[in-house]
Design a protein around this ligand. Structure first.
Ligand code: SAH
Ligand code: SF4
Length: 360
């Protein structure tokens, strides 16, 4: 069998190579993480960009089978922040020199929601000018809505494909006209056309998911030539239909290991994109995000959602840091990444190099 070292020597990694690395013994993966660290240092450097995360609302019109805030979960207490509250959090981010924020919420396409987001974006621009770049993560919208929000000041958009394999996607969503793999793909195209830096991603360790699926996810990211990626381990939530499959899952630790391997492989494949160390990694290991930075990630998203709402934005069980202040978390994180040469890029937008290159 080909060694991991020999595989990493290749100019282009093929499906079989990716599967081989994803299925390799953990003890054999040292060369992968070393190579990812080299590529990262050479292509994007060891600075970590901050995005202050604002969980704007947990109201959602969709019903994804894995998600704790799905519309079918009557146990979730629903909230929506106001544009003013959101702009206030953006002010904190600006004062703390985050350089960037992410506004995330359940998916809604009603006119009131669309216009509130637009108003929020205009308010943030009036407040911060060029001081903050804004990422949205608000699900599938019409091309017109994407354009409106872009014109109002959003720069980037995160829309995970969740699973690039359409058959797997179908098993994770209700089989109806609103939850379609093809719609999600079309939305990613519309985002690029509207001018955004486009991010996507998948969950890792899902029921029914195979190593071949994960290899195909990586190839999907490369073929789409994405600007940013957010991947995280799937974490079960008891009030969701997919919870019935919980016993068939890999143990959480192994889901995290697999996620770190995906991050490292992606860094080797796409050296100049932004890759996030996601919150779900930290739900499994208190140092999960630091480990992701070591494995090749270069973006972290400290949670700035006001404490009174944070407890209700529960996509999955055991969400971390519900009570801690973001400043303390960032300080601790900074101290830990410094141990292996990482620093935080305060006051910088941290736009995707790949995007800047493609559009220059
Ligand atoms: N509604 C928007 C954004 C909020 S959900 C959207 O769906 O795009 C943001 C991400 O949370 C989703 O893309 C999904 O990948 C992740 N997520 C949802 N439920 C999860 C779970 N149980 N475990 C891990 N990640 C989950
Ligand atoms: Fe709604 Fe997003 Fe959760 Fe799906 S993943 S139910 S769209 S919040």
């Amino acid at each position: 069998m080909e060694s991991i070292e020999a595989i990493l020597e290749k100019d282009v990694l093929e499906r079989e190579d990716l599967i081989r690395v994803l299925e390799a013994d953990g003890a054999d993966c040292g060369p992968l993480f070393r190579r990812a660290a080299e590529v990262k240092a050479a292509r994007v450097g060891n600075r970590v960009y901050l995005r202050g995360l604002i969980e704007y609302s947990n109201l959602c019109s969709k019903n994804c089978l894995y998600c704790g805030i799905r519309s079918g979960n009557a146990a979730a207490a629903r909230y929506e922040m106001t544009p003013e509250e959101t702009i206030e959090v953006a002010r904190h981010a600006l004062e703390r020199r985050y350089g960037s924020i992410v506004i995330q919420a359940g998916e809604r396409d009603d006119a009131l929601f669309v216009s509130k987001i637009e108003r929020t974006l205009r308010g943030i621009r009036a407040l911060a000018g060029d001081g903050l770049h804004v990422t949205l993560s608000l699900g599938e919208q019409t091309p017109d809505t994407y354009r409106r929000w872009f014109e109002a000041g959003a720069h980037r958009y995160l829309l995970r494909i969740e699973a690039s394999n359409p058959d797997l996607f179908r098993k994770l969503h209700p089989d109806d006209a609103r939850h379609r793999h093809a719609l999600r793909l079309a939305a990613l195209g519309a985002l690029r056309a509207a001018g955004y830096q486009v991010g996507t991603g998948v969950m890792i360790g899902l029921p029914f998911q195979t190593a071949a699926d994960l290899a195909d996810d990586l190839l999907f990211f490369r073929d789409l030539d994405v600007d940013m990626i957010g991947m995280g381990p799937y974490l079960e939530h008891p009030d969701t239909p997919l919870y019935a499959r919980a016993r068939a899952l890999l143990p959480p630790r192994e889901r995290l290991e697999l996620t770190l391997r995906m991050v490292a492989l992606l860094r080797v494949m796409m050296g100049d994109i932004n890759i996030a160390a996601t919150t779900a990694m930290q739900a499994i290991d208190p140092e999960g995000r630091e480990r992701a930075i070591r494995a090749g990630a270069n973006v972290v998203m400290p949670n700035l959602t006001p404490a009174r709402y944070r407890h209700d934005y529960l996509l999955y069980e055991n969400k971390p840091c519900l009570d801690e202040a973001p400043e303390e978390i960032v300080e601790l994180f900074e101290a830990r990444i410094r141990e292996f040469g990482g620093t935080i890029a305060y006051g910088e937008w941290g736009d995707s190099r790949r995007f800047l290159e493609r559009t220059s």
